[in-house]
Design a protein around this ligand. Sequence first.
Ligand code: SF4
Length: 676
Amino acid sequence: MRVHGTCHHDCPDSCGWVVTVEDGRAVDMSGDPEHPFSQGELCPKVNRFLDRVHSPDRVLRPLRRVGAKGEGRFTEITWEEATSVIADRLHSTIANHGAEGILPFSDAGNQGMLALSGISSRFFHHLGTTRLIRALCGPTVGAGVRMTNGSSLGFDPLDLEHSKLIILWGTNTRLTNRHLWPTIESARGRGARVIVIDPLRTITADSADVFIQPKAGTDIAMMLAMMNVIISEDLVDREWIDEFTLGFDELAAHVAAWSPARAAESCGVESEAIISLAREFATTRPAAIRTLVGPEHHENGAMFFRTLACLPALTGAWRDRGGGLTRSVGSWQEQLIDEAALDRPDLLAGRSPRVINMSRLGEALTEADPAVHDLIVWNANPMVTIPNRELVRQGLERDDLFCVVHDQFITDTARYADIVLPATTHIEAVDVVPAWGHLWLGWNEAAIEPLGEAVSNTECFRRIARAMDLTEPSLYDDDLTLIRDALPTVDIDNLREEHRLRVPYPESGLPWADGGFPTRSGRVEFASEDLEALGHPRLPDYTPPREGPEGPLADRYPLQLLTPKHHLRFLNSSYTHLPGHGDREGGPFIEMHRDDAAQRGLDQDSQAEVHNDRGSMSLPVRITDRVRPGTVVIPWGWWADQHPDRRVANSLTNDTLTDWGGGVAFSDTLVEVRPA
Ligand code: SF4
């Protein structure tokens, strides 16, 4: 039997796959050759997905902790025992401290619609618990673009095939969006040029026609200087500006102060390179800017995207198919989804419980008032993925904290849980996957029965609700009912049969050529009163991060730490611990420029201690010319066991929130390095 599914990972590609099942066991998984975007190819990690499904380390029964928190010793219990312990504890917390003492915590460990929300959201809304802001990655981009365009919608990335200039701004396409690369190569075959702008010389930068390497977090200065050149050399599209934008004269006066020479001092890019970039962008048609989420992780993260969105409006790039700005296309998919029907915020019944930003989990567990008493984690491994992780660890070590983790493995977070519940993998549960890298909404059929006693996220919360004797009927809706509620305009039987559907998108491929921007003015807002009302500059502006090379900590911690995705065989904190994945990537390390290493008495393979006020960790040094002097890199995703001192990259990172949008500035982290 061959069963079609859609990859669920936190990755824009949402590839189609086919699972071969024999005697109830999944024996093969391969890319679906009919998937219009991934065209039969999976990636090195998911090519070995069945190793994950059948791993001897899978959690297949509920577990109760018998060792100390963090030790990782558990004993098997029944589902009935587990849910009864959880129900008693949640009832007791609600009675003694109120429902805000319960913090749900989850993220995009599985991007399936039902895995992310549905019964879980209904359950927590019904109880009236603390609400979580899930903005570690992604929402800040949309929040920034919306302040310029009124909408976060960009053009279909596959229309890059029409582009003659493609600027890949802060995105490592060949690694993190690999199935888009053939489209870019095809455009190049027809004469397009590719410019990569990134603080790291990535594998994508190696393939570019031009590579520009600003200091991390300084790109806005470069954008302002580009606008200075475009306006002062009269390379603007005056007709489009007059018809569809607001505040051009204010913007022109503002960026007049941003000469390329001034920007060069901030961003470390030669002024001639900025001038050439501005001229090429303004005089090539169609000219596209492609970006994803990387640049949002600075204090000025939302302003980055608000400023970036001004560039195509200045040059009228939106007029052309393959011109303008392309980013996540999740917003096109969301237009099909009735979130209120899926998540049922009406179950809050007029209550308005507090909200906690997931990136401040450490603070929430150690300082929140009223305190967090119970933490319920699914789809997430915050001990690896959340910045300022040593503070998270201190919170999880609290004797009075009750923690439940629903997962497939004993992750770094699960080691601290009181109860671990076994979770299905994506081939064991039906779901729908809205993609954010292309325009196909994917069906995911369950290929095999759940292994052991594993259950999906939806079933997990149904069981807890039942153990708590909750009588709200919508907590017990089955998965197909949830899908039908969430996609009211979609023929679900057809989606299931066809495995995917293309979401509505303008046939012309020109989402904004004729204006229609849903801002208050109905135009692209170079000057934004809404932003001003929120206490931000009304015009695009560059503010250096406080924890950056121009900030007060730079004397003590002169090196800027970046923690990018780097590996082919794992993604975020998934797969790292599995044979054939983390072990083949060679273990964690710190990359340093030769000059920075030499100044500190370090060389290739020296053992270094990397430290700041949040923590310290010991790592081998790799000398590289991929970073500028002053920048160091620790690729992230490794678990504590893989580090000799049980620290991870996020032990050092900054949990300051972004200017707006709720994101987090973990790429504004300063460290010092010395021989270990
Ligand atoms: S992780 Fe990304 S590239 Fe790999 S199979 Fe899944 S969607 Fe495709």
